[in-house]
Design a protein around this ligand. Sequence first.
Ligand SMILES: Cc1cc2nc3c(=O)[nH]c(=O)nc-3n(C[C@H](O)[C@H](O)[C@H](O)COP(=O)(O)OP(=O)(O)OC[C@H]3O[C@@H](n4cnc5c(N)ncnc54)[C@H](O)[C@@H]3O)c2cc1C
Length: 324
Amino acid sequence: MSILVYIRNVGGKIKKQSLELTSYAKAMSEKLDLPVVGLVIGEIDEAELQALGKYGMNKILVAGNAQYNKRVNRVYTRIAEQAVIESNAAYILFPDNNQGKAIAPRLSVRLKAGFVPQVMNLPESYDPFIVSKRAFTGKALASVQVKTERKIMTPMLNSFGLREAPVEISIELFSPQIEEPTSRLEIINKQTNTDGINLADADIVVSGGRGLKAAENFAMLEELAQSIDAATACSRPVADDGWRPADEHVGQTGKIIAPNIYIAIGISGAIQHVAGVSGSKCIVAINSDAEAPIFEVADYGLVGDAFKIVPELTTLFRQFMKDK
Ligand SMILES: Cc1cc2nc3c(=O)[nH]c(=O)nc-3n(C[C@H](O)[C@H](O)[C@H](O)COP(=O)(O)OP(=O)(O)OC[C@H]3O[C@@H](n4cnc5c(N)ncnc54)[C@H](O)[C@@H]3O)c2cc1C
């Protein structure tokens, strides 16, 4: 038996979320005494794969055929199914992102395996197998018992963190038998935002709300973000008004993120907003209204005018990063 981890291949590179997922699997493997096996699909550099060994991965199956470079969920599900059989996996981990959300439920149907999305912590117990997941848009945790032999989970980003546990990793080519490798749908045009840091992968997120008054004032928020290598985000009305791109909107109806530090500037802290950021390790709020609800969830709060505080913070952060 083994623990199988789906490793997201981002144009031949591996991102932090996959390393964290490997750390999570390694922690499980210490309790279960099972090897950690990875699956990566599409062409990828061997040097990238070596990094997984640093976090405790024993073996990686590489379905590295170029025809798999483009993700087709149906095909990726079949490849994952064959990898489960090949590695005799009892526990299967996917990232809690678009890929995990697309593939894990399909795989759970094919394998008749119990599936727990939005997992927040390491399993509470292994026999019976109980794990806690986000519930009610982050306002509660639900403990779920998985009764099937095979168990599929999508741990959330930052739910565990990175832990180094170096082992020798063996890299094996994996050639799944796929009858119909073509897609029924094809993306014919993709507009990607190449500026800045990807919101989903960011350690630090600087987020702005209606308190910033106008689109042009987000320039100071971008400067603050750049000073500490942070990604930018916003509240829903800000995206609705076109002050920021729609893909920056976080909350119940936007992205759910869990960075190490979330800095909310001019954001009131409505429940629908907090639902998307409550998993953050540390929330910092800057708001001119001391009674704003964001201070109820913030670990640190600054009461004051963002237009005064943000430029001062940017100067301080720049100096700090220079001295570091
Ligand atoms: C079904 C539903 C789903 C929703 N989903 C989402 C969602 O996913 N994400 C989301 O964000 N919202 C969502 N909303 C909207 C949500 O209810 C709030 O209306 C929204 O989050 C408020 O955005 P805001 O905090 O930017 O603006 P406001 O509520 O207008 O708050 C602005 C804040 O800025 C502060 N401020 C003003 N001037 C300054 C200054 N100079 N310096 C510092 N602070 C200042 C004010 O004190 C205030 O607290 C949803 C609503 C519904 C009904």
